[in-house]
Design a protein around this ligand. Structure first.
Ligand code: KIV
Ligand code: NA
Length: 264
């Protein structure tokens, strides 16, 4: 079948059909997730953590993300590929947002972009949509604002819920085709999902969103240590990969690998 488009995403909302999004940062995993039927792949600025080893998503640059986007697009023939606009690459003005998004489409081959924030980025969203670029919004625990939040904590509690709903309606009005809701109370996410005509994509936002997203290394159990409450590990790749590397190490040191079958 052909590549997922924003029209498919709109049709899914109208039919009440839920869908899944995963992050991807390289050609192999992009191909695997595409083959598994994941309709939308996000080249998240979470690559700051999962690829480059930064503490937060604040330092990652457009130059660091564009090659990953290009690799994911090459690896995924069917998925819509959404590129995250990193911190500092769109906040200054609609012109800056358009210049950055243009790089992700022309150099990266992305099909859509995602940016964080509500009211303050509506001029940016409007400019991108006017230029023909599909935009995904991102509200709630927006990691690029970690320093302003004073840590990674639940957003949209109590009175802040009304402001989040207003931001979501603003993004819809500005032409966004979907909005990520990250670490917000489930009842608030359910309310936003009901009020919006565009899709909500939840991460730590309860069961009632139109779609769900996870960072793939969290989804597959590759990341070690304590995961956030919203993560479900659908596999234990960390153990599998550790065991494989240790077995390789052992067979090389003991001379069990390679044998004649591996030789020319
Ligand atoms: O960068 C990212 O991976 C994200 C998702 C978690 C929504 O923005
Ligand atoms: Na992100």
């Amino acid at each position: 079948h052909s590549r997922t488009t924003v029209r498919d995403i709109r049709a899914a909302k109208d039919r009440g059909q839920r869908w899944a999004m995963l992050t991807a940062y390289d050609v192999i995993t992009a191909g695997i997730f595409d083959e598994a039927g994941i309709p939308v792949l996000l080249v998240g600025d979470s690559a700051a953590n999962t690829v480059y080893g930064y503490e937060t998503t604040v330092p990652i640059t457009v130059d660091e993300l564009v090659p990953l986007v290009r690799a994911v697009v090459r690896g995924a023939p069917h998925a819509m590929v959404v590129a995250d606009l990193p911190f500092g690459s769109y906040q200054a003005s609609p012109e800056q947002a358009l210049t950055t998004a243009t790089r992700f489409l022309k150099e990266g081959g992305a099909h859509a972009v995602k940016l964080e924030g509500g009211a303050r980025v509506l001029p940016q969203v409007g400019a991108l949509v006017a230029a023909g670029i599909p935009v995904m919004g991102h509200l709630g625990l927006t990691p690029q604002s970690v320093h302003a939040f004073g840590g990674y904590r639940v957003q949209g509690r109590d009175g802040a819920g009304e402001a989040l709903l207003a931001d979501a309606l603003g993004l819809q009005e500005a032409g966004a085709f979907a909005v990520v809701l990250e670490v917000v109370p489930a009842d608030l996410a359910a309310r936003v999902t009901k009020e919006l005509l565009i899709s909500t994509v939840g991460i730590g936002a309860g069961a009632d969103c139109d779609a769900q997203v996870l960072v793939w290394q969290d989804m597959a159990g590759l990341t070690g240590g304590q995961a956030p409450r919203f993560v479900k590990r659908f596999a234990d790749l960390r153990t599998a990969l550790t065991d494989a590397a240790a077995a390789f190490r052992d067979e090389v040191s003991s001379g069990l690998y390679p044998t004649v079958e591996h030789s020319y």
